[in-house]
Design a protein around this ligand. Structure first.
Ligand code: B12
Ligand code: SF4
Length: 471
């Protein structure tokens, strides 16, 4: 008997993280009942043709949607599917529809949106669509009944992810992702949500500060199963805060050691968590293959850290840096500048902390991003209350990334100073070939003295190799 199809689509973006949301959703649909197909706009030559090939016998098409540029491709594909099969329901889920469930339904090609954690909700949606039932009372969804305005159901409580079926990587062409990434690396998600409350982040809004993590045994088993099949050498955990619950992290690391998995891995960590952790946590993690952590610093100004409710101190950041340095771990310490109303002193404090960190180890990186008023965060809400106009339509949201600029809060002079600092701190502390050492010495002098005027080296370097501006 042929099973009905469920088609899932990942819009085009320039990064090649595996489509973990679609893997999670597709894996949780019972395969004996549904034929799940993932079409990824990033790897198909002609995504529209790829979807068309699966529309016969489909129950619905699900699209994962991040705020910003991916919306454009999500809309384009949803319209194309509607034109081919006007009767086929289109379901949007992911971060943007989680925050704008009703607004997304203003796009006529979208019939249903799903808010927050999707596995159980999507299964129920698919079952109801298969039976021809309405979505009345289907928790975690917003939907449009024919001829009626959108109906918003109550949210669905966050479920324990251990109750969901195992992640099935055979739903995607893993080797194609290796080729695009340039390495045999598996992306994996071991938890959902976050308990913290950073005022620039959408997570507290979408997951209501809830957190659920997979059991270490299950992580070990899944990773071993897929390692035997796909022979990756590295696992990139995409969790918001991987190091939540130190004993669980140790247990995960011990799973890798016990199973003798010859892999390295990377994950996110908060500085307050690291500073509180007993020594053996990072040591065991390192022994099991931990190679890199990402520790959000955000600001070098204690006042700004307070304002953005990071709940991390400079002291904790320095303790974390020292612990990682001793263990020889690579660390990415991202900063954010250009918060609404941020003064020069605060930006200077971030430069100063970035320099301290970079001087500690050539394995420490301090990327600097500009604040963008991503929806669902307290700072964005404050800005809106003070008159900032967020995009109103999907079309405006699709243009929201303002890549190459820094948003309305950063003056031209500040932008220029930050861009120069970014260039000089990289040159000053990155590992460089011998012939670049004189330029490196000058860059260090510039950073030490905050002297970024007449940036001749930057001009020459960019003439030789134009850089893509990442916001
Ligand atoms: C991988 C990733 C990316 C990848 C995207 C890969 C892809 N698939 O296209 C890349 C590198 C491109 C990316 C880019 C950015 N990202 Co990003 N990213 C992530 C990250 C780390 C993991 C996403 C993931 O796979 N999660 C695992 C899955 C299982 O969870 P999920 O996506 O939430 O999916 C669940 C539900 O949302 C829902 N669901 C999702 N899709 C669908 C679809 C359907 C049909 C249904 C029913 C349900 C559903 O069900 C899923 C299972 O429960 C998240 C943080 C996180 N841990 O989620 C940030 C995150 C999504 N990114 C974020 C941001 C801010 C960015 C950037 C702006 C960063 C930057 N400064 O440049 C950019 C720009 C995005 C853009 N406009 O292009 C924000 C959210 C932004 C937003 N409002 O959309 C997050 C939440 C990080 C954060 N806390 O701030 N990102
Ligand atoms: S920035 Fe990280 S730690 Fe802070 S709320 Fe968001 S996900 Fe949690």
């Amino acid at each position: 008997m042929t099973r009905p199809k469920v088609v899932l689509y990942n819009p085009r973006v320039d990064f090649y993280t595996m489509p973990l949301a679609l893997i999670a959703l597709g894996s949780h649909l019972p395969r004996e009942r549904y034929d799940v197909v993932i079409v990824d706009g990033r790897i198909e030559q002609d995504p529209e043709a790829a979807i068309r090939a699966h529309l016969d016998g489909a129950i619905c098409v699900g699209v994962t949607v991040l705020t910003g540029l991916p919306i454009r491709d999500a809309v384009r594909m949803s319209r194309a599917v509607k034109a081919m099969r006007p009767d086929l329901p289109i379901v949007w889920g992911g971060w943007h529809p989680s925050m704008f469930g009703t607004e997304c339904l203003e796009e006529p090609s979208v019939d249903i949106t799903v808010q927050a954690q999707g596995e159980a909700t999507f299964l129920e949606v698919v079952e109801r669509l298969e039976r021809g039932d309405s979505l009345e009372g289907c928790l975690g969804t917003t939907y449009r009944d024919i001829g009626r305005s959108p109906i918003e159901n109550p949210p669905r409580p966050l479920a324990d992810i251990n109750t969901f079926r195992p992640h099935d990587y055979s739903l995607i062409p893993v080797d194609r992702f290796y080729a695009l990434k340039g390495k045999p690396q598996l992306d994996y998600i071991a938890s959902q949500g976050c308990r913290f409350r950073c005022a620039f982040c959408a997570d507290p809004f979408v997951y209501k500060r809830g957190w659920v993590g997979l059991a270490p045994e299950r992580i070990g088993q899944e990773i071993e199963t897929w390692w035997r099949q796909y022979h990756f050498t590295d696992v990139n955990f995409q969790d918001e805060t991987f190091f939540t619950q130190a004993p669980r992290v140790v247990a995960i690391a011990e799973e890798f050691i016990r199973r003798k998995l010859p892999i390295s891995w990377a994950a996110t960590m908060r500085a307050d968590q690291c500073a509180r952790m007993p020594d053996d946590v990072l040591q065991t993690a390192k022994r099991s293959g931990l190679r890199r952590v990402l520790v959000g610093v955000e600001s070098g100004s204690p006042e700004m850290l307070k304002r953005i409710a990071k709940d991390v101190t400079i002291e904790q950041i320095m303790i974390t840096a020292e612990r990682c340095r001793v263990l020889g771990l690579r660390v990415q310490f991202p900063f954010i500048v250009g918060f609404p109303g941020e003064d020069d002193e605060s930006v200077a404090a971030s430069f100063s902390l970035a320099k301290r960190l970079r001087a500690m180890s050539p394995d420490f990186e301090t990327h600097i991003f500009y604040f963008k008023p991503y929806p669902g965060s307290a700072i964005t809400q404050d800005a809106v209350n003070q008159g900032y106009r967020l995009p109103q339509s999907l079309d405006e949201w699709a243009n929201f990334d303002f890549i190459g600029s820094a948003g309305p809060w950063v003056t031209g002079a500040k932008f220029q100073r930050v861009e120069r600092f970014k260039f000089y701190q990289r040159l000053a502390w990155d590992r460089v070939p011998l012939w670049k050492r004189p330029a490196q010495a000058i860059a260090r002098w510039r950073c030490r003295n905050d002297a970024y005027g007449f940036p001749l080296e930057k001009f020459v370097s960019e003439r030789l190799r134009p850089v893509a501006t990442m916001s």
